[in-house]
Design a protein around this ligand. Structure first.
Ligand SMILES: N[C@@H](CCC(=O)N[C@@H](CS)C(=O)NCC(=O)O)C(=O)O
Length: 285
């Protein structure tokens, strides 16, 4: 669990917040995952939207809450938790009904969620290349300077490496964009993952058996974003496609994935501007 310690938190006002508060962004995949979980659990929460395209997460106020500058963040009666999967596992213990981690599978689910999180920068690469497609550097230099300079720089009192990984990611993106080579490598990683999930879903209704679990929420979010990027699920992974199609319209899911940075018309325009260099073509699928 990643609950921050007192010395990590510079924006002290949050220590006095009562109840469940979530700092999040509408179109962020990790925030969507957490919000679907909250919906399925029926947990009431206070919403604090953070404007990621406006780089609010790189300003002192937010970095004073999460030194990593990432959403989502949970503030539960003044205790600050970061990392979406840790937040979900923390809330599962606090609000056990309806069960979304099968009984006796806590450690296995933790490991599977960690594996899912390890692909997050691959998802970001494909999102920025094929869905968001910003015309210039995704993060302006001034925002990155503010990111570097602010926040405690520690997580649980220890110097945090994760912020360096984020800085490297954005600096490289500013320099070389989201290249074919990187997009191909990321897409191929997902292909291997979804091949395996397809086999599982050929046998079972949900990823962990007959009941919906946090794994379904987490992988659904990846499936959804990658579908927007043009990943050919129906052709490559038909069982994954069918599983996602029955989750997508459920209100707990549908309400969280509706809003993107772009309208469907803008998405179409982005696709056309790719001039044949679609995800399928670049990845060689
Ligand atoms: N491992 C983290 C990843 C969080 C993450 O990368 N969040 C993204 C949004 S999905 C973010 O805050 N990006 C910052 C940005 O775009 O500037 C988690 O699961 O919470």
């Amino acid at each position: 669990m990643v609950q921050l310690t007192d010395s990590d938190i510079k924006t002290r006002e949050v220590l006095g917040w009562k109840g469940v508060h979530v700092l999040h962004f509408m179109g962020s995949s990790c925030s969507q995952k957490l919000r679907i979980f909250l919906n399925l659990k029926g947990i009431p929460w206070h919403s604090h939207p953070i404007d990621l395209p406006g780089n609010e997460n790189m300003r002192p106020w937010f970095l004073g809450i999460n030194p990593r500058g990432l959403v989502p963040v949970l503030v539960d009666d003044g205790a600050v938790h970061i990392e979406s999967n840790d937040i979900i596992q923390y809330l599962e213990k606090k609000f056990p009904k309806p069960r979304l981690v099968p009984a006796g599978y806590d450690n296995e689910v933790a490991a599977l969620l960690k594996h899912e999180d390890d692909l997050h920068l691959d998802l970001r690469t494909l999102s920025f290349r094929f869905v968001f497609a910003p015309p210039g550097p995704p993060k302006p230099a001034a925002a990155l300077e503010s990111y570097k300079a602010n926040g405690a720089g520690t997580v649980q009192g220890l110097k945090d490496r994760e912020k360096d990984i984020q800085i490297e990611f954005w600096q490289r993106a500013a320099k070389e964009g989201f290249t074919d080579e990187r997009a191909r490598a990321s897409a191929q990683k997902f292909r291997a993952e979804f091949d395996a999930l397809d086999k599982t879903l050929a046998q079972r209704r949900y990823l962990m058996g007959q009941d919906l679990s946090v794994l379904d929420i987490a992988w659904f979010i990846y499936e959804h974003r990658l579908s927007l990027a043009g990943y050919p699920f129906a052709r490559l992974h038909p069982h994954v496609h069918a599983w996602a199609e029955q989750l997508r319209p459920r209100p707990e899911f549908a309400n969280e994935i509706g809003q993107l940075r772009h309208s469907p018309e803008q998405l179409d325009a982005i696709r056309r501007a790719q001039a044949g260099k679609t995800l399928e073509a670049v990845a060689g699928f």
